[in-house]
Design a protein around this ligand. Sequence first.
Ligand code: UT7
Length: 320
Amino acid sequence: MKYSRIAGTGSYLPKKIVTNEELAQKVDTTDEWIVSRTGIRARHMSSPEETSSYMGYHAGLHALEAAGLNANDLDMIIVATTTPDKGLPNTACLLQERLGITNIPAFDITVACAGFAYALSVADQYIRGGMMKTILVVGVDVLTAVTNWEDRSTCVLFGDGAGAVILQAADKPGILSTHLHADGRQKDSLCIPTWLPGQSKKNELPYISMDGRAVFRFAVRALEEVVVEALAANHMSQTDIDWFIPHQANLRIITALAEKLELSLDKVVITVDRHANTSAASVPLALDEAVRDGRIQRGQTLLLEAIGGGFVWGAALIIY
Ligand code: UT7
């Protein structure tokens, strides 16, 4: 039986950091409100040069280096992003060009904050099926570019960054299973109402719009269900998990989930305080941080989950 395993992780964060106090000078908010409602204290914000392909390239290079590989070893590139550099070509192609390689498939997956879970799942199927041996999977977003900086209810929530993994064929797991879901009926709860210039309607702006309470309620329930589903599929329980790496949107969602799952916060990787919500980058950024600081060790069991606008959500159980 074939499996895919994480051979290396990497990440990239823009140099510029914006604190809550700095935001409070621009919109009617306070550090106290942001911290108590979200757990966010600061976020990284990209410069015009720090596009998705640029950040994804640097995260990918770090992941290749950690895996002891170079770009020529790759069979495929998958980039999860909702904020591509251009309408076309896709971000994965631009990243491929930055890596100086040609002639391997390279494509984007647009699944908002759940993008990394989806991309990991697709890559896992290609490797298990025997078609590919080594795949670069990147989660990257520049949500600050699609944020309305006059809307205090959303502009305090988002940040930019990229995370990457190299998935490689292996005889032992590796990824145990991935679980993906979507519910398009919830399309208006979290969306960017307009995108293509020719299709813009009056009063619709190309910025993130969100019904925060509805997203919060749905997220806690859907994420609990998908985590339970992932554990059950592998005949595991919460006590088998060494590290829980949740989507980093709101500390209250993370703690509510950890409580429901009876998981100690000591086992939860948390970056939302410093990164805010980096969308498709949030889970791989947290994963890379905990791998590099030595918390996550080879052989440990990891549980990943994420949810985004759609709604779309997913989870993965992994032996690191
Ligand atoms: O990947 C998934 C992405 N999104 C999420 O996961 C977000 C899920 N939702 C949330 O995290 C929370 O709902 C928020 C953090 C967005 C909002 O927290 P909340 O506790 O649900 O607050 P609320 O939206 O119910 O707003 C409470 C009050 C309102 O004032 P009134 O109507 O009670 O007078 C808002 O106008 O807080 C006000 N408010 C703010 N005040 C200061 C909203 N944003 C701010 C702000 N600063 N930045």
